[in-house]
Ligand binder design. Structure first.
Ligand code: DAH
Length: 360
């Protein structure tokens, strides 16, 4: 009896001292396990005479119950302590700002944004998008567009030419998006309504010119469209693009080999201390050239000028982006400076739509 209460004290002390759940499990195995000390005592009961067994049985079962209860109690304490450690280790401060993923940190370049915006506006007016290559033939870039053989625009001064091929022809970097008019008329039947956004190249560089820049061409060919329609389309475009009720626009007579008559369009703006603001001020910025497609161009594209007519325009995307978002220097557009981009760029998931808003 003295042995058993001594054993019980010893076991309960070991249980109370077990520092973690695996140490506690080791005590359990050593006492209540198959060959544990308490189990051994219980097994020995069977061999005892009945009176002795009753007396010892009471004590040994009491020992077993006390050990089981102590094990359960200690286990609960250890589990709670482990949970508390885990909870404090996995603590999350929900008031901290959420860290942006790399996809969210990235920014959409203003040119891409503005191209998406104008595509949404013209798509709403029924225009499809057409595309052509940046490397063009002299024939598509100039000849089929009714440029006379010795027109100064073909000069090395403006155009980036490739070395001549053995047959004497030479490829070039397209100087405007107009050659895609030719490609479209040669492959599609009227009625044609397309816009053609893309890169264009000229040997030119200052605050408002870069050697690579962007244009969006528009082309409408059917049997009846005229300058009145063109003017309406351009005005509606400017109102939607700049998000205003009224835009100051100026249509000036001009000359392009591929249109007759030809016009240039300026938009009202204010240039002030290196800033450029749209919709106010007494300055004008030229944003596009346009006109009725020249009969020679229609003929060069296998269309009968007595059956078909239409208009076209070519607009500088970079220019209207500068105007809309107040960016003073065009050269910064193409310097790939992440500080500039994180300031002027657009959030990647805010895709411009007419219903949802063009610029977020
Ligand atoms: N291609 C001309 C340029 O780059 C712009 C232009 C003017 C395009 C009149 C047109 C147009 O389609 O009709 O300067």
């Amino acid at each position: 009896m003295a042995d058993i209460s001594q054993l019980q004290r010893q076991i309960l002390a070991e249980i109370a001292a077990a520092p973690d759940e695996s140490a506690l499990e080791a005590v359990r195995v050593a006492t209540l396990g198959k060959s544990g000390s308490v189990t051994g005592l219980l097994k020995a009961l069977g061999a005892m005479p009945p009176q002795e067994r009753r007396r010892q049985g009471l004590l040994i079962n009491g020992l077993r119950d006390a050990v089981s209860a102590a094990l359960a109690g200690r286990r609960e304490i250890l589990e709670r302590a482990a949970l508390a450690v885990r909870l404090s280790a996995e603590r999350l401060d929900v008031t901290l700002p959420v860290r942006e993923t790399p996809a969210e940190i990235g920014r959409v370049h203003p040119i891409t944004q503005v191209t998406d915006e104008l595509t949404a506006i013209f798509a709403d007016m029924g225009f499809a998008v057409a595309e052509g290559p940046d490397i063009e033939t002299d024939d598509y870039n100039f000849t089929k567009l009714n440029f006379p053989e010795n027109h100064p625009a073909r000069d090395m001064h403006d155009t980036f030419f490739f070395n001549p091929k053995p047959d004497g022809t030479r490829l070039l970097l397209r100087t405007h998006t107009s050659p895609v008019q030719v490609r479209t008329m040669l492959t599609q039947k009227p009625p044609i309504r397309v816009i053609i956004p893309g890169r264009t190249y000229r040997c030119d560089s200052d605050q408002t010119h870069t050697p690579m820049f962007h244009q969006v061409e528009g082309l409408v060919i059917d049997s009846h469209s005229h300058l009145g329609h063109l003017k309406w389309i351009l005005e509606e475009f400017c109102k939607a693009f700049f998000g205003v009720e009224r835009v100051g626009m100026r249509f000036r007579p001009s000359y392009f080999p591929f249109t007759e008559p030809s016009l240039e369009v300026d938009i009202q703006c204010r240039r002030d201390k290196g800033e450029i603001r749209f919709g106010e001020g007494a300055d004008w910025m030229e944003i596009l050239g346009c006109g009725m497609v020249h009969p020679n161009v229609l003929k060069n594209c296998r269309l009968d000028p007595d059956a078909f007519q239409g208009f076209a325009w070519g607009m500088g995307i970079d220019r209207i982006a500068m105007l809309k978002y107040g960016m003073p220097d065009l050269r910064a557009f193409f310097e790939a400076d992440v500080r500039w981009l994180s300031h002027y760029g657009f959030r990647p998931l805010d895709f411009p739509t007419l219903a949802g808003g063009l610029s977020g």
